[in-house]
Design a protein around this ligand. Structure first.
Ligand SMILES: C[S@@+](CC[C@H](N)C(=O)[O-])C[C@H]1O[C@@H](n2cnc3c(N)ncnc32)[C@H](O)[C@@H]1O
Length: 283
């Protein structure tokens, strides 16, 4: 039984970090002409109204993307930090102008080219229908009501030979922590060069620690951790931070995030925010 609906959380601090990293990874991969395969194992509904009852009930977008002064940040940044933010800003701003926030599938669809392919898995019957509706007629996209963990193993390596995979579970079930470790290790074994992006929540820090230990023992190579928090850890009482674990990130990404994350933290949570950029496992 799936109860998680991303409509309550779209545009929160976790989406900002996740989608910054996603846009940067895709934009870097698109510098090469050869076709790219993008897999979203937990795709969600695709786009979200920031005026919906769900969004207004939690206020998460108001404390997240709507609080960010994107124009001010763009004016204050230069070099790779600026490019990182500019890529994300250009992707989300047209949606924000309509009081909507794009999910990962629509962000990717906006960036990818004619020769690329998107494969989007979503289990929730309502969200998969919404997603299919938003992407109707886009021949680059396959939308499937399917278990993203299982499909990922069947789909990699793809014929395109270049892949970016976003793994973004809701962690409604505790076994998600174990399943993501297995999946990352299996995918890297199948396709060494794939760029694998795994999102994690910080609700209970011990869960994150065991996720990191699991990955460190799994044999995975070139793994980085990027984290952004808006409050100190609260031991199981709500989402205080989130992170992205990235296998084979673009080489410019860690440096750019080291400069940008403190600025985001300053705007989103000046008093109690925190951030982290570190390599967990070498190449
Ligand atoms: C955090 S949301 C995805 C948000 C989306 N990736 C984005 O960034 O816009 C997680 C989604 O995974 C779906 N889900 C849960 N278990 C799944 C599974 N085993 N396979 C595919 N989708 C699943 C949930 O219904 C939910 O919509």
């Amino acid at each position: 039984m799936l109860s998680y609906r991303h409509a309550f959380h779209a545009g929160n601090h976790a989406d900002i970090l996740k989608h910054l990293v996603l846009c940067a990874t895709l934009q870097y991969a698109l510098r090469k002409e050869a076709a790219l395969f993008f897999l979203d194992t937990h795709a969600g509904a695709g786009r979200y109204s920031l005026r919906s009852e769900q969004a207004l009930q939690t206020g998460e977008a108001s404390a997240g993307i709507l609080r960010l002064d994107l124009a001010g940040l763009l004016a204050a940044t230069t070099g790779e930090e600026h490019d990182l933010l500019a890529g994300y800003a250009a992707a989300v701003q047209p949606w924000l102008a309509r009081r909507q926030y794009p999910g990962s599938p629509l962000l990717a669809a906006g960036l990818l080219r004619r020769q690329d392919h998107l494969h989007l898995c979503e289990l929730h019957p309502t969200d998969v229908e919404l997603l299919a509706g938003h992407l109707q007629g886009d021949r680059r996209c396959s939308v499937e009501q399917a278990d993203g963990y299982q499909r990922a193993l069947a789909l990699l390596p793809p014929v395109q030979k270049r892949a970016v995979v976003l793994i973004d579970p809701s962690y409604e079930r505790k076994d998600d922590y174990r399943k993501v470790v297995r999946l990352i290790a299996d995918l890297q074994q199948r396709m060494r060069a794939a760029q694998l992006l795994l999102w994690y929540p910080v609700v209970e820090r011990l869960d994150v620690e065991s996720l990191l230990t699991g990955l460190q023992r799994s044999g995975v190579r070139d793994l980085w951790q990027f984290e952004l928090g808006v409050a100190p850890d609260r031991g199981g009482h709500g989402l205080t931070a989130s992170g992205m674990l990235v296998v084979n990130p673009p080489f410019t990404l860690p440096g750019a995030l080291r400069s940008l994350l403190p600025r985001l933290q300053e705007q989103l949570a000046p008093a109690y925010g925190h951030w982290k950029v570190r390599q967990l496992i070498g190449e």
